[in-house]
Design a protein around this ligand. Structure first.
Ligand code: FAD
Length: 399
């Protein structure tokens, strides 16, 4: 097996040949982009251009052997230990490369679920294509009456020979407008004694007749999520993930990976943003204020705690165990940190947070601050995650 040093050298050579080193905003104030948004404000044309650029980069990375470093070779992975993924991520973050955003849900949540629950043909068809960036996936779980209480979903799938017929509506589907496939949870049977039984998971072709995607505009101005309507959509039975009526178990695989993907630093709020926050405090002459220093130190410490919690969860997975409540603490830790950053930014920037004066690196933070409430809801709300930690870690009675 290639050693870590050899791998690091190979990855560095690839990045040097194919990408430019990032101009670090913390080193030179006013240099490079000052965008810090989590839910970008793009027009449909900008979305399409961003996707094309991201796909081109992803294909290059995959073809060079860095697209699915720890994945099984049978499905296009490289079969190396998970630590090598982190080596790659650390190296890649020093270069100015297209955002992984459009692939976040597909690779962070849907692909691990396909690997765990799909039939062989479906794994062969989708996994290499997803990791290469050719196929983009979304998550179709939430409905108007079912979010935290996911077992309350009403979208129905009825069997018709070798196919299923789907009717219903999903909401808040991030990236549905540019996705090729979606992982959808449906109700197939009603059991009086348990709402968690009788659910079945499928992969649905987002371009199949009867699928209609309508954008939802958020308060940051962009429209990164959607409502999706299904009218008599036909799904071949081979696209089922897991057994009929056992979709809850499949959903747990996805949700576990979602908390890992969000809390483990796959989404905004990482060290890069904290460094920008430090640079802002210096720029505003507040870096010597002991109160500001204390708050920035807390943000940095919490990020380190999250990093170690991620490593603990990964060590558990390596040992063949399922990570449990640590994934909930991971996501809670991330959003608490973002909230704290938000409060500090608000007091540091004052009116500059709401009035665009064209000053680099100031008003741009408003997009971050407006994104934080959404982050506290997506992938399990703060309250629901606190319930999980209270019950499963602290042993408190059920809420
Ligand atoms: C940015 C973003 C992206 C998203 N992307 C997707 C996506 O791609 N696919 C998808 O399927 N969904 C997506 N969602 C939806 C998300 O999963 C739901 O919003 C979330 O599960 C909460 O559900 P809800 O909005 O129905 O709120 P509700 O569940 O109705 O909650 C409303 C309030 O009640 C509280 N609450 C609910 N139950 C309890 C309880 N038992 N104890 C204490 N408090 C409780 C909640 O904390 C919240 O404050 C996204 C959401 C956001 C914000």
């Amino acid at each position: 097996m290639i050693t870590r040093d050899e791998f690091r050298a190979e990855a560095t050579a690839f990045l040097e040949a194919n990408a430019k080193r990032r101009v670090e905003a913390t080193q030179e104030w006013g240099q490079g982009s000052d965008e810090v948004s989590i839910f970008p404000e793009r027009t449909p044309e900008e979305d399409a251009a961003m996707l094309a650029e991201a796909k081109e980069w992803r294909a290059k990375v995959y073809d060079a052997g860095f697209g699915w470093i720890s994945g099984p070779e049978a499905y296009g992975g490289r079969g190396l230990p998970r630590e090598y993924e982190r080596v790659w991520q650390g190296l890649e973050s020093d270069y100015d490369v297209p955002s992984i955003g459009p692939f976040g849900i597909g690779l962070g949540m849907v692909a691990p679920t396909i690997l765990a629950h799909a039939v062989e043909d479906v794994k062969q068809r989708y996994l290499p294509a997803m990791y290469r960036g050719d196929t983009v996936a979304c998550q179709l779980f939430s409905e108007p009456v079912a979010g935290s209480d996911l077992a309350g979903i009403q979208t129905k799938a009825i069997r018709d020979g070798d196919e299923w017929i789907l009717n219903g509506q999903k909401v808040w589907t991030s990236g549905a407008h540019y996705s090729d496939i979606g992982e959808i949870i449906t109700r197939t049977t009603t059991f009086e004694e348990s709402r968690h039984r009788g659910l079945t998971m499928f992969l649905v072709d987002m371009r199949a007749p009867g699928v209609e995607v309508r954008p939802l505009r958020q308060m940051t101005g962009g429209a990164s999520f959607n409502e999706v309507f299904f009218t008599d959509v036909r799904i071949p039975d081979e696209m089922r993930l897991g057994d009929v009526d056992q979709g809850w178990t499949v959903a747990l695989t996805t949700l576990m990976n979602e908390r890992m993907a969000i809390g483990g630093g796959g989404v905004g709020g990482g060290m890069n943003l904290a460094n920008r926050l430090r640079a802002l405090a210096r720029h505003l002459g507040a870096a010597d204020d002991p109160h500001v220093r204390q708050q920035i130190a807390e943000v940095m410490i919490r990020l380190s705690v999250n990093r170690y919690t991620t490593l603990r969860a990964m060590a558990k997975m390596r040992a063949g165990q399922l990570p449990g409540p640590e994934l909930s603490t991971l996501k809670l830790g991330l959003t608490n940190n973002m909230q704290q950053m938000s409060e500090l930014l608000t007091s540091l920037l004052g009116p500059r947070l709401i009035a665009d004066t064209d000053e680099w690196g100031t008003y741009a933070w408003s997009a971050f601050v407006l994104s934080v409430p959404g982050m506290r809801v997506a992938g399990g709300t703060d309250e629901v995650l606190r319930n999980i930690v209270g019950e499963r870690v602290l042993g408190l009675p059920k809420g």
